[in-house]
Ligand binder design. Structure first.
Ligand code: FAD
Length: 417
């Protein structure tokens, strides 16, 4: 994947200048084909925003729409923080995507005032040396990426604030870390607009079932037309395309908790604690250090019940809190009784096995569907946006099989972690 260096930033600006009609006469100017935009992107979460950015960077006239605003409170990208890691077992398609995205995240971080990316490092630890561990090590060797294998004594030495009972091995990635999710998406949309892209707050009606798609209808009763359309509607995709995606994307309810360490206790803040995930015999818990004084974050990675992103109840449950406190007592005993300072309910939008979707609509070749982040998509945003943009512009002919709609089943059986 390409890199967003200072030079390419200059090229972006030159590219914008070259499309003089756009910048001089204002956005939405009709071209000879009678359309105002080359591509309309519906959904300004992490996937839609990076897709719009890459299309704009390629010189396209792009309109980005969102029903409730970039990284809004109900969007999957609307949370405080998201981990970025390259440890994916044998699924090195995601190792590559996460790694290739890192430079773009660093670039965005350099643009945002407050950081988008905190290089906290990421530690994953395991009760035993299971195949996932060796597959991850192999993938990192194959791709020439650094991955430190730590035994229990070393983890105990580095992180004495964690209780290491029952843990055999850890994988540590010093260069990865945590992304500030809402800030990232909102900064990117600002950058996209500054580079000549157009953004509007508008809800798009489900496109129906016609023979072609040559316009999208908004809640303001307008029809907006472009040559191509990208739908990156996250957990709303099953509502936008009910017959195609209603049984292929499963939004689930996920609870996230933040706890306040004791005042002045730095042991749970960077650099003393990295982002972490405990494989815990498959019953995964993960979390972030106390970043920007928001508290130590923890979540249980099991899929919750089915969830409606519009109307679902976003209050965390006592049962969820109690489960997390029980886990804390075992692994982070110093935090087990600390005050809860925030809780959030978000949703994963899972495909059957956890693979992302980046594919053309089966009936409408001018429509691309991007989504199914499945609880791990955020980190891949820059790479997904580039991939989607290449499919839109024809630079890439077709998606690889595991990203296609055809590969998506309708029974949940999670394989990607
Ligand atoms: C609790 C939690 C923890 C997670 N942790 C991680 C992590 O640590 N690392 C990681 O990499 N990933 C993580 N993820 C996954 C990641 O956040 C998601 O995969 C990603 O944010 C999905 O982005 P998206 O752009 O597909 O969807 P969204 O962010 O939901 O964006 C979709 C957008 O489309 C808009 N929209 C929908 N319908 C319409 C319409 N009809 N018209 C106009 N606009 C519309 C919505 O308003 C929304 O803004 C986590 C997710 C959750 C919920």
């Amino acid at each position: 994947m390409g890199k967003t260096t200072d030079l390419t930033r200059r090229e972006v600006i030159q590219g914008v200048a070259a499309t003089a009609a756009l910048t001089a006469a204002g956005q939405g100017v009709l071209a000879q084909d009678g359309r105002a935009w080359d591509t309309i992107v519906v959904g300004a979460g992490v996937f839609g925003a990076w897709t719009a950015w890459h299309l704009r960077r390629g010189g396209q006239r792009v309109l980005l729409l969102d029903a409730s605003g970039p990284a809004n409170a109900r969007a999957s990208s609307g949370g405080e923080s998201r981990m970025t890691r390259t440890i994916y077992g044998a699924d090195d398609v995601y190792t590559r995507m996460a790694w290739e995205s890192l430079e773009d995240w660093r670039w965005l971080s350099s643009r945002s005032g407050l950081p988008v990316f905190h290089a906290t490092g990421v530690l994953m630890f395991f009760g035993k040396r299971e195949p996932f561990v060796d597959q991850s090590i192999d993938a990192h060797k194959r791709l020439g990426l650094r991955l430190d294998v730590l035994d229990r004594a070393e983890m105990q030495r580095r992180y004495p604030q964690i209780a290491w009972d029952g843990v055999e091995v850890g994988l540590f990635e010093p260069e990865l870390g945590v992304l500030m999710a809402r800030r990232a998406v909102q900064t990117l949309v600002k950058e996209y607009v500054a580079a000549g892209g157009e953004y509007r707050l508008a809800s798009v009606a489900p496109p129906g079932d016609g023979a072609t798609l040559d316009g999208v209808r908004t809640s303001a009763d307008e029809t907006l037309r472009a040559e191509r359309y990208v739908f990156a509607c996250g957990p709303w995709l099953p509502k936008v395309f009910p017959s195609l995606l209603g049984s292929r994307i499963f939004p689930t309810r996920q609870e996230v908790f933040f706890f306040a360490p004791e005042s002045g206790d730095q042991r749970f803040a960077p650099p003393h604690l990295p982002g972490w995930a405990d494989f815990n015999d498959g019953d995964i818990y993960y979390g972030m250090p106390d970043l920007e004084a928001r508290g130590f974050k923890i979540a249980h990675d099991a899929h919750g019940e089915r969830f409606d992103p519009d109307s679902g109840d976003r209050r965390a449950t006592e049962a969820g809190l109690s489960k997390v406190r029980t886990y804390l007592a075992k692994r982070f005993p110093l935090l087990a009784s600390r005050p809860l300072v925030e809780s959030r309910v978000c949703q994963y939008e899972n495909s059957a096995n956890g693979d992302l979707v980046i594919d053309r609509h089966p009936k409408w070749p001018n429509v691309l569907i991007v989504g199914a982040g499945s609880g791990h998509g955020f980190k891949h945003g820059p790479a997904v946006g580039r991939y989607a943009s290449d499919l839109v512009t024809g630079k890439r002919d077709k998606p690889e099989p595991r990203l296609t709609l055809a590969s998506k089943g309708d029974v949940q059986h999670r394989e990607v972690h």
